[in-house]
Design a protein around this ligand. Structure first.
Ligand SMILES: Cc1ncc(C[n+]2csc(CCOP(=O)(O)OP(=O)(O)O)c2C)c(N)n1
Ligand code: SF4
Length: 255
């Protein structure tokens, strides 16, 4: 009988079963979000149609995590790279996976234009309120008063403005009859999976642009223990409201 240590983890088919040792820090949210995305792909049976793109930052550590066609692009450019691919391959279900820095700072113009033009792609934006890979600098999403490497006395909104709310920004510019826009959290992976499935189905149906923001955790740069990490996530949920913002007709049956 195999011992507990020799039983491999039960992974979705859309996830690479042998990516090597995890490159994410212990307790990072990226792994949970990627597994949720892969489970959603499995449940919709989209493995052969899905194309995955990852961005800069810790998202790029996922470049060998998926068992689907994968490309890595830079600095918020994953969005145009993926819609370029989906325009050339209309049957493809294109997924652009990025951090809040990549998506809402340097890549914001691409995100807005893709949303306005109703590009048939899913953007998964991981909001951990900081620039994770480069050591925890302030991101557009950094909470008011939050201490980061570049805001040692806490984010002063009088100087830096208020945090960017990606899902609300995208909601304001999309075609509400075609797009799907939502915000989930690693606090509720079952709900996040439903959101991923709805976003993917919206593309698979050829309806329109999908945006799933996932509130995530970055214990390394937050310098938090387990309890404090999840308390911080509760605080984030107070500022970034979790829930669906734009739901087109046709997705009611996707649970
Ligand atoms: C033009 C340019 N600016 C900045 C960087 C440095 N850089 C690489 S990753 C990164 C932060 C990414 O943060 P985010 O997108 O939030 O992802 P996370 O690492 O938190 O998952 C930055 C600033 C760079 N490589 N090139
Ligand atoms: S720095 Fe933060 S986002 Fe990056 S792998 Fe570590 S915990 Fe995850």
């Amino acid at each position: 009988m195999p011992s507990m240590l020799t039983i491999p983890p039960r992974l979705p088919k859309a996830q690479n079963p042998d990516p090597g040792a995890s490159k994410f820090c212990p307790g990072c949210g990226h792994g949970m979000i990627l597994k949720t995305l892969a489970s959603a792909i499995d449940e919709l049976n989209l493995q052969d149609r899905a194309i995955y793109g990852c961005d800069i930052g810790c998202s790029l550590l996922s470049w060998n995590y998926m068992n689907i066609d994968t490309i890595q692009a830079h600095h918020g450019r994953t969005t145009p790279v993926i819609y370029g691919i989906t325009r050339a391959t209309p049957d493809a279900v294109g997924i652009a996976y990025m951090g809040d820095g990549g998506g809402l700072a340097i890549g914001a113009q691409h995100l807005v234009n893709a949303a306005v033009r109703n590009e048939k792609m899913l953007v998964v934006l991981v909001n951990n309120t900081n620039y994770g890979m480069t050591g925890g600098q302030m991101a557009p999403t950094t909470l008011p008063g939050q201490v980061t490497e570049t805001t040692p006395y806490g984010r002063d909104v009088e100087v830096t403005g208020k945090p960017a709310k990606g899902a609300e920004m995208v909601s304001a510019v999309v075609d509400t009859e075609a797009a799907y826009v939502t915000r989930g959290t690693v606090n509720n992976l079952r709900q996040l999976k439903t959101m991923m499935k709805r976003g993917l189905q919206n593309i698979a149906d050829g309806r329109g642009f999908s945006y799933v923001e996932a509130l995530s955790v970055c214990p390394l740069n937050w310098r938090t223990n387990n309890v404090d990490t999840w308390d911080r996530l509760d605080e984030m949920e107070g500022f970034f409201k979790v829930g669906e913002l734009v739901v087109p007709q046709g997705l009611e049956g996707v649970k």
